[in-house]
Design a protein around this ligand. Structure first.
Ligand code: C2E
Ligand code: MG
Ligand code: MG
Ligand code: MG
Length: 283
């Protein structure tokens, strides 16, 4: 009887494994189809000029309108997309939609339009041989000026193979697009790559902005990073600004751009447009 029970336990375990596998395969398939079925949504979050308090640029952030689970945040599907390679299709879609949305806004109402849009690229994407062609195609098919496009990469991605990465980024920058280091300070930071890799924008990770108020040591650190960025001629953006007091400190430190819930949450591109564009243009 003990032997029988053991066998049943094993079967149950095997059934569970089997279910998990099927579940994963199902998720993978649904995610792969999401792009084709038009289930992805483009959200934009303003990047604000600290001096004037107005939107200067915007970051494109993807959402998945999952028919089974509702609106999903990137944290719940990007990791699977990265494992399976679907991320390349997702990023290509976001790139095109972001260029299209911002170009249209610039044409319709240049006074309120973001001067640039930044798009996140995954590690896998940097290895796609025709990445530069994809970017060139997104620009030419939408008419967006290359100077208005920023590609965001994390330190960890940039550090993978310095020589290959540098060559890749040179190609992209020859098109006229800008490169940003995303989540600066959280990866395997090495000053070496600031020397070797051509970048234009430095985004200070929100973990450095969180707890800034009342922490003198952290303030010195953030201040030093801002000055370093400016010395290197980079545009510095503080991420994750949630409070007015954080913004005040960053202003004193000379930080020129900030992004965060205090300044504007990510929202559908059309909603942001409705809120910010000149009222006469959309009734
Ligand atoms: P990220 O590129 O660092 O984007 C900033 C994230 O911080 C966004 O989360 C944004 O909603 C959130 N955020 C902005 N302001 C605040 C704030 O004041 N407080 C807090 N707590 N959070 C804030 P989201 O949209 O969930 O995206 C998470 C990450 O997913 C992004 O981090 C990016 O790495 C990745 N991601 C998003 N869209 C794409 C995409 O189209 N392609 C790729 N490859 N990755 C993407
Ligand atoms: Mg980003
Ligand atoms: Mg970031
Ligand atoms: Mg981040």
């Amino acid at each position: 009887a003990a032997k029988e029970q053991g066998k049943n336990r094993f079967l149950t375990f095997e059934t569970q494994m089997h279910e998990q596998l099927l579940n994963r395969l199902d998720q993978e398939a649904r995610l792969r189809d999401a792009v084709r079925r038009g289930e992805l949504r483009l959200h934009l979050q303003p990047v604000v000029g600290v001096a004037g308090g107005r939107m200067a640029g915007a970051e494109a952030l993807v959402r998945w309108q999952d028919p089974e689970q509702g609106l999903r945040m990137p944290g719940s599907f990007i990791p699977l997309a990265e494992e399976t390679g679907t991320i390349v299709d997702i990023d290509r879609w976001v790139l095109l939609e972001a260029c299209r949305a911002v170009k249209r806004w610039q044409d319709e109402d240049p006074a309120t339009a973001p001067a640039w849009v930044s798009v996140n690229l995954s590690a896998a994407h940097l290895e796609v041989p025709d990445l530069t062609d994809q970017v060139a195609h997104a620009l030419s098919s939408t008419g967006l000026s290359p100077h208005c496009l920023v590609l965001e990469l994390t330190e960890t991605v940039l550090m993978r193979d310095l020589a290959v990465t540098a060559a890749r980024l040179d190609e992209l920058r020859e098109l006229g697009v800008k490169i940003a280091i995303d989540d600066f300070g959280t990866g395997y930071s090495s000053l070496g790559y600031l020397r070797d890799i051509p970048v234009d924008v430095l985004k200070i990770d929100r973990s450095f902005i969180d707890g800034l108020v009342g922490n003198g040591r952290q303030q010195e650190l953030v201040n030093a990073v801002i000055q370093l960025g400016h010395t290197l001629g980079l545009r510095v953006v503080a991420e994750g600004v949630e409070e007015a007091s954080q913004l005040s400190l960053l202003t004193v430190m000379g930080c020129k751009f900030a992004q965060g819930y205090h300044l504007g949450r990510p929202e559908p591109a059309a909603d942001l447009y409705s809120r910010l564009a000149t009222p006469a243009l959309h009734g």
